[in-house]
Design a protein around this ligand. Structure first.
Ligand code: ASP
Length: 303
């Protein structure tokens, strides 16, 4: 009897807890002129599906960390974004992918850079976090772990260059689960024709992603060098923690005071500890979607 009562209380409690998710498919020069309506429809539909799937998993009680990995893997598998199957090529004509994942519960991080043997670097990043004592593993070292752990091999030899405009963009996800955990994940092919061995912001904690329970979860996209130099994701979190501004203000100030003065362009998605979601970008467009704690769905591409 007592046992059933506890179960009842537990179910009622979990039903009342906020949860939320947001995803992006990159920011850049995305305008109605270079993105035909049928592609707009297709991408928006896909982003909506990824968000709805993630939201349903959170509703079932799955952890934020799992859900951001699943969402990013779906975006890597789409082949339309500059990540996973759709990754752009470096100046030598081959893909080198970067990804990072962070658990806001205990600030564990896993990341990989310049990998070319798996189309799901986000899963490799999570395994680095869970199965090794390290945070970031690069190049051939990371590739041999992908083979050892039998991750799906890399399928595509880079996205056709003519399609890169619409493939424009790194992918990322942020989530809050019912237990108050925040998590963030980011995955990318980097920038087209980058130098061999170039690593961007996406796998770097504090630049391409950041998550801390009770503070925020953030995933960024844009010209990585500027996000690294302004340590943008961490700067937003630090403003929240030390100055205690609101999340939209912290994002706006970080853009205005740190990213933009050095010439950086791009965008961020963020989720608060109470399940509000925010999108911000200073480019013409950003592929984005999210569902907040109130159940409000938002999907968009242009300003
Ligand atoms: N931030 C990524 C990089 O510089 C690129 C992007 O977001 O489109 O590697």
């Amino acid at each position: 009897m007592l046992y059933t009562r506890w179960i009842f209380l537990w179910i009622t409690w979990t039903m009342a807890q906020p949860f939320a998710i947001a995803v992006h498919g990159g920011a850049g020069h995305i305008t109605p002129h270079n993105l035909p309506p049928e592609k707009v429809q297709k991408i928006e539909q896909y982003l909506r599906e990824v968000v709805e799937e993630g939201y349903a998993l959170l509703n079932q009680g799955r952890m934020a960390l799992e859900v951001v990995e699943i969402a990013v893997r779906r975006l890597e598998d789409a082949g339309w974004f500059n990540a996973g199957r759709g990754a752009v090529l470096n100046e030598d004509g081959f893909p080198e992918l970067d990804a990072g994942i962070m658990d806001g519960k205990d600030k564990r991080v896993g990341a990989v850079a310049a990998v070319s043997q798996t189309q799901n670097p986000i899963t490799l990043a999570r395994l680095v976090m869970e199965r090794t004592p390290h945070v970031l593993i690069v190049g051939t070292g990371a590739d041999s772990l992908a083979r050892l752990w039998r991750l799906p091999p890399f399928q595509n030899q880079g996205y056709p260059q003519s399609e890169t405009l619409w493939a424009s963009g790194t992918v990322g996800a942020v989530a809050l689960d019912k237990y108050g955990n925040l998590a963030a994940a980011t995955s990318t092919g980097g920038i087209p024709r980058k130098k061999r061995g170039r690593v961007g912001d996406s796998p770097l904690v504090g630049a391409g992603l950041y998550a801390e329970n009770g503070v925020v979860a953030i995933s960024t996209t844009g010209h990585g060098e500027y996000f690294i130099r302004s340590v943008l994701a961490y700067d937003i979190a630090a403003r929240l923690r030390y100055i205690r501004t609101s999340l939209p203000e912290a994002i706006q100030e970080a853009f205005q005071q740190r990213l933009e003065p050095i010439g950086g362009t791009g965008g961020v998605i963020a989720v608060s500890p109470t399940g509000e979601i925010f999108f911000h970008f200073n480019t013409p467009g950003m592929y984005r979607a999210g569902k907040d704690a109130k159940g409000t769905l938002m999907v968009g591409i242009f300003r």
